[in-house]
Design a protein around this ligand. Structure first.
Ligand code: AMP
Length: 295
């Protein structure tokens, strides 16, 4: 799905606002769709662009590796980047504008305001990456203020991120509709991720265990919903992942979704999220399975 045109590349927030203002004047009532990313685009990102293109008049893609959401010992410096390839994918999937600010543009001086979402950030990546979701919520707020989109598209690959952004938007009355999109996977089931390029051939082969373990757990939960506790389910997923010798588990948890609170009984939950974070070498992969009971 292409708009047959090269997207306009914008580096500054002032220019982005001016461009959007003139487009909105030209086309009153135009629906603006927004896809925020950190670049090194793959089919997962492309699926968000496709969803935005299908239901919006103007599609804004942002590419910004946000230092605020990386911890001191994380991979901010070595996060993969490929601007030319990203721009080709942006064009192919119909982005009208690509906003690619430098760090100094987004954070011209020391940031003194951050957005903190409590509750939904207490577990999973919120617990294992302290400050991560403050960085996410802060940059997404800034991007929302610059773009003022009608709809914003996020992948359920990062299900906790979706829960955090939805909570923030509700709490702060941000006038945007959050559109969660399904996880796009490789043919063997590994969730597409910019970080997959870090994996050695052996790690890549073993990484399919994440999806396998999650699918098996989903199957079991759907057939034995009232017979399993969340601890049993997590223990089972943990044991399955540990069959891969190179896997080092960060967390495996089954929680209620979107509250991300512990589940005492699956029969009471409407939605459950089984989420995993696993390191292969220096590469930390996350994946999850969101189960909607009753349909
Ligand atoms: P990132 O560039 O990793 O910050 O991701 C940007 C957006 O793309 C986020 O909303 C992610 O959840 C989404 N995304 C990343 N990987 C996938 C995937 N495999 N399937 C669907 N969405 C994805």
């Amino acid at each position: 799905m292409s708009n047959d045109q090269q997207p306009i590349i914008i580096l500054s927030g002032v220019e982005l606002r001016a461009w959007l203002k003139s487009r909105r004047l030209q086309s009153p009532g135009a629906v603006v769709g927004f896809v925020p990313t950190m670049g090194f685009l793959h089919e997962g990102h492309a699926s968000l662009l496709t969803a935005a293109r299908q239901s919006c008049d103007i599609v804004v893609l942002s590419i910004f590796v946000n230092p605020l959401q990386f911890g001191p010992n994380e991979d901010f410096e070595r996060y993969p980047r490929d601007e030319q390839r990203d721009l080709a994918i942006a064009a192919e999937y119909g982005a009208d504008v690509v906003f690619m600010p430098q760090v100094e543009e987004m954070y011209p001086e020391r940031t003194r305001t951050t957005v903190t979402v409590s509750g939904v950030t207490e577990r999973l990546c919120g617990a294992s990456r302290p400050g991560h979701f403050d960085g996410v919520a802060t940059v997404v707020t800034k991007l929302f203020n610059l773009v003022q989109p009608d709809r914003a598209y996020f992948g359920l690959k990062d299900a906790q991120q979706v829960a955090v952004i939805e909570q923030m938007v509700r709490d702060l009355n941000v006038p945007v509709e959050i559109v969660p999109c399904a996880t796009v996977r490789e043919a063997d089931g590994l969730a597409k991720s910019s970080r997959n390029v870090y994996l050695s051939a052996e790690e890549r082969e073993q990484a399919v265990i994440l999806n396998k373990a999650l699918r098996e757990a989903e199957q079991q939960l759907r057939t034995q919903r009232d017979a399993m506790s969340s601890q049993e389910l997590a223990a089972q997923v943990t044991a399955r992942i540990q069959e891969a010798p190179l896997a080092r588990i960060d967390y495996v948890e089954a929680l209620a979704y979107p509250s991300l609170e512990p589940i005492s009984s699956f029969t009471e939950a409407e939605q459950a999220l089984i989420a995993v974070a696993v390191k292969f070498g220096n590469t930390r992969l996350i994946d999850n399975c969101l189960i909607r009971f009753n349909g």
